[in-house]
Design a protein around this ligand. Structure first.
Ligand code: SF4
Ligand code: SF4
Ligand code: FES
Length: 286
């Protein structure tokens, strides 16, 4: 039986969302309210297990009386607030953010990016090929996961997951400033020479596929990666007694990657190297 944490009862906050009355528990964000109301707001740097970093600004909405647009993912709903999510100003801002991101990095493996680019009529190529922020080969320096920084939007989710929000390993950080800013391990070394413990919690939160399982990377390169044909089965990790939940992604009767449910009250989507990557023996048929 899964334990459902009930938490302390929270007061409800009443405000107006696109002209309709909305009520959310105190502390909920505008994005929480939008999702509860079935409104589809694009998000990239928001993560359900991490504190919002407000890095991408693709989720902006208009708050009556505010000079600037507000990031829905981090702005808490307040009593009496009047929020509009689909105004010309908000849509234009999302369009420009998508154009800037899609012209500077490769969003080909970012879920829903193509859909949003179409919806907001963003034109990523209007800045020309010189807009590419990074232009380098994917870093394949170990057997477990690949770092492809051409796809990195500098959302800092991996840094937070590796650092004080979850893993406390602090193997990865942002180096450089401005246009030179990039994610790296100490001395920009290969992963094998770093403090990384290969928990893969950074891969779990990366929204763009800049960090991916080596298995997924290889299958994409071979043209055999097919998410539509994959099944997902959640089970309990058998390596130790912590009881982490593993979601096995299976294609053609092979485990192709392992994630973990973010709503698990113990692990919140985090695993260790054994649970995340130690599945090869299952498919050893010898
Ligand atoms: S590698 Fe992924 S999670 Fe880390 S900053 Fe880049 S896009 Fe975000
Ligand atoms: S993922 Fe790691 S910590 Fe969790 S149950 Fe498996 S071996 Fe134990
Ligand atoms: S999703 Fe809100 S700022 Fe990135």
């Amino acid at each position: 039986m899964t334990a459902i944490p009930l938490g302390v009862p929270r007061r409800l906050v009443e405000f107006t969302l696109d002209g309709q009355e909305a009520r959310v528990p105190e502390g909920a964000t505008i994005l929480d309210a939008c999702r509860a109301a079935g409104k589809d707001i694009p998000t990239l740097c928001q993560g359900d297990t991490l504190t919002p970093k407000n890095a991408c600004r693709v989720c902006v909405v208009e708050v009556e009386g505010a000079r600037t647009l507000a990031p829905a993912c981090s702005r808490k709903a307040e009593a009496g607030m009047e929020v509009r999510t689909d105004t010309e100003r908000a849509r234009h801002s999302r369009k420009v953010v998508l154009e800037l991101l899609a012209s500077s990095v490769n969003l080909s493996t970012t879920p829903r990016a193509a859909e949003w680019i179409k919806e907001y009529e963003a034109k990523p190529d209007r800045f020309g090929p010189d807009a590419a922020r990074v232009d380098e080969e994917p870093r394949v320096d170990n057997d477990l996961y690949v770092r492809d920084y051409d796809k990195c939007i500098l959302c800092y989710k991996c840094v937070d997951a590796c650092g004080d929000q979850w893993q406390n390993t602090f193997a990865i950080s942002v180096v450089g400033r401005g246009f030179d800013a990039r994610i790296a391990v100490e001395h920009d070394a290969p992963l094998t020479d770093s403090a990384c413990v290969y928990c893969g919690n950074c891969v779990e939160v990366c929204p763009t596929g800049a960090l991916s399982f080596k298995s997924e990377f290889d299958m994409r390169a071979a043209g055999t990666w097919n998410e539509a044909e994959q099944t997902e089965t959640t089970t309990v990790c058998a390596y130790c007694g912590v009881g982490c939940n593993l979601t096995l992604h299976v294609q053609d009767n092979e485990i192709v990657k392992v994630t973990s449910p973010h709503d698990n009250p113990v692990t919140h989507g985090n695993l260790c190297i054994k649970g995340r990557f130690g599945y090869q023996h299952v498919q050893n048929r010898d």
